[in-house]
Ligand binder design. Structure first.
Ligand SMILES: Nc1ncnc2c1ncn2[C@@H]1O[C@H](COP(=O)(O)OP(=O)(O)O)[C@@H](O)[C@H]1O
Ligand SMILES: Cc1ncc(COP(=O)(O)O)c(N)n1
Length: 286
């Protein structure tokens, strides 16, 4: 019998020079889940914990070629798409997605604003993100402000998150996972392809370091799908790993929101505990 090969995940995203989010967080999360991480870098940010001072995009041809050459040799078991930045880049990413084997799970984190407040998606790129990428997505993982922006709604109080997830689902992705980092409860809400809802509660860590939480979450989700977990279980692991990464985040680095810290042993522990249905966020570890 042939040995099972290590699952391969591909992140199509942007570099964060501060190391907290983007490609850098994605590769750490892939490593923590025990999969082989690969990357197609679509842009660069000059970024710290307090500001984004410059953004440059990679050429469309180079974006497609990074995906092609990885696919040809290593293959890909799941893809995560992060910050894409501009319309032109989104077109290149859509072209690259055409190269994927049928059925490859695609997790889309519709990154719009940095934890520091900087805008990361060009104002005129919204329609391309919705029209070109959302319909090809297995699961889209907006936070609350991103979910509202996707459907073009202003914030309301209180917000019915399940109704919002339903509205996002109407834009074409198979499933929608609204993350809870921007809500009191830190509960993630997953709307599956069959229309059913799964609530993923967890402890909120108000003093944690959350720069990179969304990237860590969506990359862990992709990694767990690559490992073969069904979506609802993969989402539970991703919520647990991201929550732990926020709790363990580095508050002593930078003047702004510190970077999350995901550790391989913690990820393993989180995965085991989440699968066993434990509340792994109960009880201090440090
Ligand atoms: N303060 C927090 N405490 C616990 N979990 C958190 C916290 N902030 C975010 N998370 C978790 O991290 C993941 C990413 O969520 P979120 O922060 O909403 O994404 P984004 O970084 O895109 O804003 C989710 O699973 C969310 O529940
Ligand atoms: C290059 C890049 N990609 C994504 C984010 C979003 O970060 P977060 O995970 O905190 O939402 C970021 N700040 N920079």
């Amino acid at each position: 019998m042939a040995a099972r090969r290590t699952p391969v995940c591909l992140t199509i995203a942007t570099s964060d020079s501060g190391g907290g989010a983007g490609i850098q967080a994605d590769l750490k999360a892939f490593a923590a889940s025990g999969v082989q991480g690969t990357s197609a870098i679509v842009g660069l940010t000059a970024q710290s914990t307090v500001a984004v001072t410059r953004i440059e995009q990679v050429s469309p041809a180079m974006i497609v070629e990074q995906v092609r050459v990885v696919l040809e040799d290593l293959g890909v078991d799941a893809v995560k798409i992060g910050m894409v930045g501009t319309r032109e880049t989104i077109e290149a990413v859509a072209t690259a997605l055409d190269l994927l084997p049928d059925g490859t799970p695609v997790v889309l984190d519709p990154v719009m604003v940095a934890e520091s407040g900087a805008r990361l998606l060009a104002a005129d790129a919204h329609d391309a993100l919705v029209g070109r990428l959302l319909p090809r997505t297995t699961v889209v993982t907006p936070n609350l402000p991103e979910a509202l922006a996707l459907v073009g709604r202003a914030a309301a109080d209180p917000i019915d998150v399940s109704a919002l997830a339903e509205e996002v689902a109407a834009l074409g992705p198979d499933a929608v996972l609204v993350t809870g980092g921007h809500r009191e409860t830190a509960e993630d809400v997953l709307r599956l392809e069959d229309g059913s809802l799964v609530r993923l509660p967890g402890v909120r860590h108000p003093d944690g370091a959350a720069h990179g939480s969304g990237c860590t979450h969506s990359s862990t989700l992709a990694a767990q799908l690559a490992l073969g977990l069904p979506l609802a279980e993969a989402a539970r692991v991703a919520r647990a790993v991201a929550g732990e990464a926020v709790r363990n985040g580095r508050r002593d680095v930078g003047a702004g929101a510190g970077p999350v810290d995901v550790l391989d042993l913690d990820a393993q522990r989180a995965r085991t505990a989440a699968l066993a249905g434990e509340d792994l966020t109960a009880g201090a570890r440090r």
